[in-house]
Design a protein around this ligand. Structure first.
Ligand code: AKB
Length: 324
């Protein structure tokens, strides 16, 4: 059977990069990118989809004979706290719509991203196990914990092959994050390359699990490629990349930019970060589908700085600076 992929939330930090990788894997004509707004210069099939509208998702699924859906649209941890009930509505309604359309149209595989935000005070901070107690303190985390259980429900009740990863903070040069607690770990590299000072909204010792974009994309594709009988976790898999604090990134960056200046001005996002794990046990993902990260902090830092320098040199300096 030919694989035709629909990506919902294709303009986002992860979605924009994943879309390009899926185009390479399945061919341009078999990947349909979608988001609330069109993307200028996008090469390939692009549909405007508001994922709160189930009819619109269904229309596109039928039109293109979609066989796989990656549902990446969500309001993240920090932004979600501005309007908790709206965040709950959007995160849950869009998931229900994707699950229902997938069930109705016998979609082959569905990907639903979860997050380290599902953990709270009840989970061990170090090496947090896959099956740790989930008591999230943000509405985003609550929606992801509920979403994981709905994903499992659709698998158990209807046999829908939904697969999920709990992403740590994702760091990449290709795109910018929006509204997360881990966003500082991308912004800091832009500021270093632009030779500007950085105001950090977390404390210098706030250690969080992070992952480089290349590793995050590879994990997603490896999970989706794994044989069905190897997937033993139907809520969501922990995956680890590397864990570090703002102070540790600054030390790495200063090896290349010795004058780089940082001020620590923790805000409400520090409270969120304090309840999240410091490090993650990803042995279930390693055992079931062979997960292994490649990028450590040194390699992330040298790659981020080299790629961002190239990007800014190519003339997107003003545009990127405006986006921060
Ligand atoms: C966030 O900070 O909200 C996200 C996440 C860890 O899910 N990057």
């Amino acid at each position: 059977m030919k694989t035709v992929v629909l990506i919902i939330g294709a303009n986002g930090q992860l979605g924009s990069v994943l879309t390009e990788s899926l185009k390479q894997k399945f061919g341009n004509s078999n990947v349909i990118a979608s988001d609330l707004r069109s993307r200028e210069g996008y090469e390939g099939s692009f549909e405007i989809i508001d994922a709160t509208d189930i009819n619109r998702i269904e229309e596109v699924v039928v039109q293109y004979k979609v066989t796989q859906i990656y549902h990446l649209a969500a309001i993240l941890s920090a932004k979600g706290e501005e309007t908790p009930l709206r965040t709950w509505d959007i995160n849950m309604q869009t998931l229900f719509n994707v699950l229902e359309v997938s069930r109705k149209h016998n979609i082959d595989r569905v990907f639903f991203p979860s997050s380290i935000a599902v953990f709270g005070e009840g989970a061990p901070l170090e090496n947090t196990p896959n099956n740790a107690y989930l008591d999230p303190a943000t509405v985003y985390g609550i929606s992801k914990a509920a979403g994981e259980n709905w994903a499992q429900y659709y698998f158990l009740r209807y046999g829908l092959d939904v697969r999920s990863i709990r992403y740590p903070g994702v760091i990449g040069y290709q795109s910018l994050p929006g509204g997360g607690t881990t966003d500082y770990a991308v912004d800091i590299y832009h500021k270093a390359v632009l030779e500007q000072d950085f105001n950090c909204f977390l404390k210098e010792n706030a250690t969080l699990p992070m992952i480089f974009m290349e590793d995050a994309i590879r994990a997603t594709i490896e999970l989706m490629d794994a044989p069905k009988e190897d997937i033993h976790t139907r809520t969501s898999y922990n995956i680890a990349g590397i864990s570090f604090s703002p102070a540790e990134v600054v030390t790495e960056i200063r090896k290349l930019y010795p004058d780089f200046k940082v001020r620590y001005e923790p805000d409400f996002r520090q409270e969120i970060a304090a309840r999240w794990p410091n490090s993650i046990d990803d042995s279930a993902a390693a055992k079931d589908w062979g997960w292994k990260p490649k990028y450590d902090l040194k390699l992330i830092t040298t790659t981020m700085i080299q790629k961002l320098k190239e990007k800014y040199r190519k003339g997107s300096k003003n545009q990127a600076a405006l986006m921060l």
